[in-house]
Design a protein around this ligand. Structure first.
Ligand code: AR6
Length: 173
């Protein structure tokens, strides 16, 4: 799979899938979640409410991923994942690994060819960006692609993008 590291706003990407760093409620929040909901429009919140009413009455557990349409975004689908919250004691790297792995699996179920990830858990949820870069890149590098051909990490600033680019060089050799 081709991997790119980009600086910018993930809501502008036209990959088939944009991954959202959501919370268990799926009902929106700050950070990238807020940006995605603003850009996708109110139908995204309605779709998330419908998921809560039907398949996820207790919300989406940490480390799991679920898809909705992307509505007004250039992407086709939003895959919502719930990163671990370090501030609430969720420091098990397997939880973060699971976010990337389940998001990739959901994208494959959708027959997506491209996917964009933000730095899940590296903002409000307080994880060290180096750790997020390592885990995210390892999971994408370890993924056996079905339909997926391309993965992007879309970072909000050049400092974060530098961390991801250096980690990519280390891991991909
Ligand atoms: N495009 C790309 N990256 C962004 C964007 C954007 N438009 N906006 C922010 N980031 P965060 P978390 C970066 O806090 O740590 C929400 O309230 C940001 O700089 O969005 O997983 C949810 O509802 C950081 O590097 O997600 C949850 O309650 C990265 O995205 C909680 O925050 C992730 O930061 C999730 O916290």
């Amino acid at each position: 799979m081709q991997i790119t590291i980009a600086t910018g706003d993930i809501t502008t990407r036209d990959t088939d899938v944009v991954v959202n760093a959501a919370n268990s409620s799926l009902l929106g929040g700050g950070g990238v979640d807020g940006a995605i909901h603003r850009a996708a429009g109110p139908k995204l919140l309605a779709a998330c409410r419908e998921l809560r009413r039907t398949s996820l009455p207790q919300g989406l557990p940490t480390g799991r991923s679920v898809a909705t349409d992307a509505f007004d975004l250039p992407a086709r689908w939003v895959v919502h994942t719930v990163g671990p919250n370090a501030g609430a004691g969720e420091t098990d790297p397997e939880l973060l690994r699971s976010c990337f792995r389940t998001a990739l699996a959901v994208a494959e179920e959708l027959c997506a060819e491209s996917i964009s990830f933000p730095a899940v858990s590296a903002g409000i949820y307080g994880w060290d960006p180096e750790t997020v870069a390592g885990i995210g890149l390892q999971e994408v590098l370890a993924h056996t692609p079905g339909t997926l051909k391309r993965a992007e990490f879309v970072l909000f600033n050049d400092r974060l993008a530098g961390i991801f680019a250096r980690k990519h060089e280390q891991l991909a050799g």
